[in-house]
Ligand binder design. Structure first.
Ligand code: FE
Length: 183
């Protein structure tokens, strides 16, 4: 895959599905992605972490048979792994995207206040995503080399649901995607 291929593929995905609602929230898929990436940039995250924030929900845009009308692709965190690899995204970007639902399951298990702060839609999907982690899963997650980044990504994901937020457009990330996929 050429670097232009990765940029074009990301743009094509958002062109096709970016204006869809982000399930149960008052933002579109594109707004959600751009807000998450902007949160990452404002937090001075490195390039791979910004890309993971931008792309964390591409599994919804890729579609699947494992789809639910109101909450989208159930395993959207894992179903996009092949696509990300094929388009040249690094193992770290892949690990961050594919772990973003695990981070939610971890936080529900370890932070009593966290569940209360989740949006209604995010609470509904939790059960389908496996619910709170077990003690063993918690221990495994804490030994994940991407543990801290996954928790940061999760917080940006949750902040990226503001219908009034102003962001850069997808064009802003072209060079970043191209540079990364060409590394
Ligand atoms: Fe998300």
């Amino acid at each position: 895959m050429t670097r232009d291929g990765a940029v074009a593929a990301v743009e094509a995905l958002f062109d096709a599905g970016g204006s869809d609602a982000y399930f149960g929230e008052r933002v579109t898929q594109l707004q959600h992605a751009l807000q998450a990436a902007q949160c990452a940039q404002r937090a001075q995250a490195d390039d791979e972490l910004v890309l993971a924030a931008l792309l964390h929900d591409v599994g919804h845009l890729l579609g699947s048979e494992n789809i639910h009308a109101e909450i989208g692709v159930i395993d959207h965190d894992k179903s996009c792994v092949d696509w990300l690899q094929q388009h040249g995204f690094s193992p770290r970007v892949v690990a961050l995207v594919s772990g973003h639902v695990d981070a939610k399951r971890y936080l529900v298990a370890t932070n009593p206040d966290y569940y209360q702060r989740l949006s209604d839609a995010s609470r509904q999907t939790l059960a389908l995503q496996g619910g709170a982690m077990s003690d063993q899963e918690v221990a495994e997650f804490e030994s994940n080399p991407h543990y801290r980044d996954l928790l940061r990504l999760r917080s940006w994901d949750e902040q990226a649901k503001d219908p009034e937020a102003l962001t850069q457009d997808l064009w802003h990330y072209r060079a970043l995607i191209a540079r990364h996929a060409h590394r």
